[in-house]
Ligand binder design. Structure first.
Ligand code: NAG
Ligand code: NAG
Ligand code: NAG
Ligand code: ZN
Length: 501
């Protein structure tokens, strides 16, 4: 790859709440997505000088863009303060030190970490990232919650492969190579959801289908994914691990048994694939409803074990539980329904970004996307709960409202509120591409799971609540049943709770 030196450009970071996009035409073609609660734009001089008020929108930094370098937003996730080990600045300086350290030592390959590498996926070698000789890491902007860096491909690879230490609560997201044309969710799509919402009321058939989700199966499936079930041999589901490939194959098999057709879709060299499963519509429609989760996981730095029972074995287990409940009653949806298990979430929602972009490019008609990420944990003594993504930050209010309504109807045991996070899981990528989306999550406050991003994230531990996973999975499935419409091809008699039969 030629190292093209592009003209000096301005990076503009705008808080999510500040943006009235219609007013700034030139921003619309220079959008790069959401990073730490900010919209990011990279604009040229003409755009920058076209409106004085651009400067007032947010924070800016100049940089000379080089094609072979990546822009990486690195941030510390806000978690319950009781979980923190060290102050923000201390951890950031460690990490910058480690990155600088890594980049100034000429190692031949960053791929010598303990993580077993995935056998090459069938992608052409031209898709391999070019190895940059430029290794230095440059800080472009330092904020109170994160930092924007520019780094060469080899440093980014090392971070992706777990070669450079990333303290537990830090995560990152890489700017795409090309801008994302800025698509707000169309009014027409919201209107369709409002119409669906107006028809939602208790339906005993829906109730019996969602009650078919079995805690017994959830436990068994999640224990398989985490390797707690000794038969699975999955040590890690890190995106680059062999265990992730095994998990992908297993998910495909389980969900296909329920009548869906699944494909393993490779999206970037080195990463395990997305698992995309489709129940085809019984009517002639392109409309598609997506339920997602990420099956890749992350463990403690230096440990080969990454069980990810909560993050996101819980959301992934919910997908399998939903699939089994669909099969149990022979549900046939009137609209297309996809269950998608993403990989690359822990490397900055890479798999979902590629998938959302593929759907956008294909002109797909996504009615709504629901992401389930971290569904299991609540502090002992707290009631089971359901945190919904806050549409004032990321996501679509109509989807959130549907979820809140079906929760009140079918899982009244859940206390419902908003999550404080501005994206940060795969639904964010759908939102960036203008699809109606929302996330369901375990806790109304900050993340309090003491095993978050830890090799001890197992399912047999205090606070890990399979009943809560079931309650939230019921909400996901009930929303799909109400919005897609359905018929039954299976046994007509009512099936009682999934756990008693
Ligand atoms: C790298 O990170 C570790 C903690 O993960 C820290 O102990 C160490 O000091 C860091 N190294 C440098 C050079 O900052
Ligand atoms: C999606 O499908 C619905 C129903 O057929 C239609 O009204 C709508 O215009 C379609 N939207 C897109 C973006 O294709
Ligand atoms: C359902 O949604 C509507 C808004 O469309 C709201 O007014 C109503 O209270 C909700 N019902 C329940 C049970 O949450
Ligand atoms: Zn997650």
């Amino acid at each position: 790859m030629v190292q093209g030196l592009l003209p000096l450009t301005t990076l503009l970071l705008v808080p999510l709440s500040n943006l009235k996009l219609g007013a700034y035409k030139c921003l619309q073609q220079n959008y790069y997505g959401i990073y730490g609660g900010r919209h990011a734009f990279i604009v040229d001089d003409a755009c920058w000088t076209s409106s004085f008020s651009l400067m007032g929108l947010g924070t800016s930094a100049t940089h000379d863009r080089q094609e072979s370098r990546h822009l990486v937003w690195l941030e510390r996730v806000r978690v319950d303060p009781s979980l923190l080990d060290a102050p923000f600045d201390v951890e950031l300086d460690w990490m910058l030190g480690n990155l600088t350290d890594f980049s100034s030592h000429s190692r031949t390959s960053p791929w010598s970490s303990g993580i077993a590498r995935v056998p090459q996926l069938p992608l052409s070698t031209s898709q391999r990232p070019a190895r940059s000789t430029e290794r230095a890491v440059q800080t472009l902007h330092r904020a109170h919650d994160g930092v924007l860096l520019s780094m060469g491909a080899s440093v980014l690879d090392a971070v992706n492969f777990g070669e450079v230490s990333l303290p537990r609560f830090w995560r990152y997201s890489v700017f795409p190579e090309a801008p994302i044309p800025l698509y707000p969710v169309p009014e027409e799509a919201k209107q369709r959801l409002r119409e669906a919402l107006s028809t939602i009321k208790f339906n005993h058939v829906v109730a019996s289908i969602v009650n078919g989700i079995s805690v017994y199966s959830l436990r068994r499936d999640i224990r398989y994914l985490t390797g707690e079930d000794a038969l699975s041999n999955i040590v890690s589901r890190h995106s680059f691990s062999e265990g992730a490939l095994r998990a992908a194959e297993w998910l495909k098999e389980q969900i296909e048994e329920t009548g869906a057709s699944c494909v393993l879709e490779a999206f970037q060299v080195g990463f395990a694939p997305n698992v995309i499963c489709t129940y085809a519509a019984s009517t002639n429609t392109m409309e598609t409803i997506i339920v997602g989760a990420h099956y890749d996981s992350r463990g403690s730095f230096g440990s080969a074990r990454a069980p990810g029972a909560n993050d996101d074995g819980s959301g992934t287990g919910a997908l399998v539980g939903i699939a089994r409940a669909i099969a149990r009653r022979g549900v046939v949806f009137r609209k297309n329904v996809q269950l998608v298990a993403f990989a690359g979430e822990e490397q900055g929602m890479v798999g979902s970004r590629v998938y959302a972009r593929t759907l956008k490019d294909a002109g797909a008609n996504v009615t709504m996307m629901i992401q389930g990420d971290m569904l299991a944990y609540h502090v002992s003594g707290e009631l089971p709960q359901l945190a919904l993504s806050d549409p004032a930050l990321v996501g679509t209010a109509e989807v959130t409202q549907i979820l809140a309504n079906v929760s009140a109807i079918y899982s009244p045991e859940l206390k419902v509120g908003y999550s404080p996070y501005p994206g940060g899981s795969d639904h964010q990528r759908f939102h960036e591409y203008g699809f109606p989306a929302a996330q369901v999550e375990e806790r109304i406050g900050l993340i309090a799971d003491p095993m978050y991003h830890d090799s001890g994230d197992l399912s047999e531990r205090e606070g890990y609540d399979f009943e809560q996973i079931k309650s939230i999975a019921k909400v996901e499935l009930a929303a799909v049943l109400h919005v897609a419409g359905f018929d039954l091809s299976g046994p007509a008699e009512d099936v009682e709770g999934g756990d008693d039969s």
